[in-house]
Design a protein around this ligand. Sequence first.
Ligand code: URA
Length: 296
Amino acid sequence: MKKKDAGGGKGGLLRLDKYLADMGLGSRSQIREGARKGKIRVDGAVETNPERKIDPQAAEVTWDGQPVAYVSQEYYMLNKPQGVVSATEDKLHRTAVDLIADRRRKDLFPVGRLDIDTEGLLLITNDGDLAHRLLSPKKHVDKTYYAEVEGRLPEDAAERFRAGIILKDGTETMPAVLRMEDGLSSWDEGGPNGRRSRNKGGSDGMLPQDGKDSRSLFSQDEGGHEPRQAVLLTIREGKFHQVKRMFEALGCKVTYLKRISMGNLRLDETLRPGQYRPLTEQEIEMLKKQSRSGRL
Ligand code: URA
């Protein structure tokens, strides 16, 4: 059977059942049932026809006496904690979307994936066009990660990242920028799983143009352990486990990973792991503009 169009295009009319389902009031059939029972009012009058089309910006809709305002798009910045999956549903783990307690829409999803043990910036939205553009390698939206790496990085690591790393399975990656941090202490500890970036001059997360930031990579470890180094890595793609695999290709292991920026959007340093906030209008506009032009 052909599905009836529920409308809802930009500025258009929207079917009442879609309006209420989008706002998380239940499934379409639950909403039909509610309509039958007289739970829905539009502009003060009971409406029993869930297929009625309304103007979502103008109509005053209530469900069980409670006003239900319509929100067409939502944008949140989440500091994803470890142990949470970048998904909308999962049988075993909490999902990034579950953490957005104030969400209005039921169709939110994370833009791209962070591994379960990766922390940091994750955009949660229902804006599919924006997500698509932000994730497209063609748009060249930089993603910067803070990583702690175990093992001895080669002296020419920064040059090798800049040239593009060949992963162990032969996959070639696009050029990336590696910068050394001053040691593991350059990020503050902040409770369980909690590390916060300190604002450091020069670590703005953007691709530097000269690439001449390769300092002496390691101070010698005195306890006979593998040396560890804190780095910032900026990449333009989002291949599966990409950062970990890039370091693995150079014989090193990432022991801690946190995304700190996506394009010009930086993780809000006041957000503890697991906390989130809506993006500001300015941030939304900036992301849309960047993703359209592909320029940073
Ligand atoms: N690269 C990784 O290896 N893991 C992530 O979560 C993100 C990028």
